[in-house]
Design a protein around this ligand. Sequence first.
Ligand code: SAM
Length: 234
Amino acid sequence: MPWLRPDVTPLQTAKTSCSGTEGILVVARTKSSKAWLAEHFSDEFVKRAQQDGFRSRAVYKLEEIDRRDHLLRPGMVVVDLGAAPGGWSQYVAGRVGTAGRVVALDILPMEPLAAVDTLQGDFTEKSVLDQLLEHLQGRPVDLVISDMAPNISGVGVADQARAMYLAELALDFAAQVLRPGGDLLVKVFQGSGYGELHQDMRGRFERVLVRKPRASRARSREVYLAGKGFRGGN
Ligand SMILES: C[S@@+](CC[C@H](N)C(=O)[O-])C[C@H]1O[C@@H](n2cnc3c(N)ncnc32)[C@H](O)[C@@H]1O
C-alpha cells in the first residue's frame, strides 16, 4: 500500500492538538469553552492524572486496555504514535522497564521523558516515516500504539476521513515494523472507513478486539482496536 494514499485528503496537520492535564492556555470567552473547561477540571481522570503525575488523562485508557489484554511486558520495544503530551509514553516506559525501549513521535513538540526517545514530525510525511524507521535501525518492534487524532474541524465527513487516514497509516507502519506475534493498539472512530480498517486488521492479526475504555467519553465515537498476534508480512 503506498504511504500517501491519493484517495484520502491529507491532514491539516498544523492544527492538531490534544488536551492533557497541564499547559491549558484556553481563555474561556464563550459559554461552550467555559463549559468545556468546567467539565475538564471536574473530570475524574484529569484529577487522577494530576495526582498520579501523568501528563494526560488518556493514560487511563491505555492502562485499562493493558490490564485487560496484557499488551505490555518488561523488555519490550514499543513505538508510540501521536504521543504528546506524553501520558501513554510515561506509562509504557514504566511497564517495559530499563530493558525495554520506547520511541515516541508527535507532530507537536513534547517535553523530554526519561527512557523515551522522542521524535517530532508529521507522521503523514514520508520523510518522517523514514526518520522513524532509521531510528529503529531494523530492530523488530513488539508493540505499536497509536492515539493519533486530528483536530476536529466540525465538518464530520472530513474529520472522520482524517482520523481514519491516521489509523490506516498506523496499521501500515505496524505491518512494516512489528515482529511476527507483535501487537497493535490503534485509536479509531466508528463511522465511514471503520469497517474496512477492522476487516484489514483481521487479515493481519490472529485476533482483533474492540475496546472502549472507561476514560473514553461515552459521547465520543472513539474506540480502540487491539490487534493481537501479527501474522507477519506486509
Ligand atoms: C489524543 S492526543 C495523544 C495523547 C497521548 N496518547 C497521551 O497520552 O498524552 C493525539 C495526538 O496525536 C497527534 N497527531 C495528530 N496528527 C498527527 C500527525 N499527523 N503526526 C503525528 N502526530 C499527530 C496530536 O498532535 C496529538 O498530540
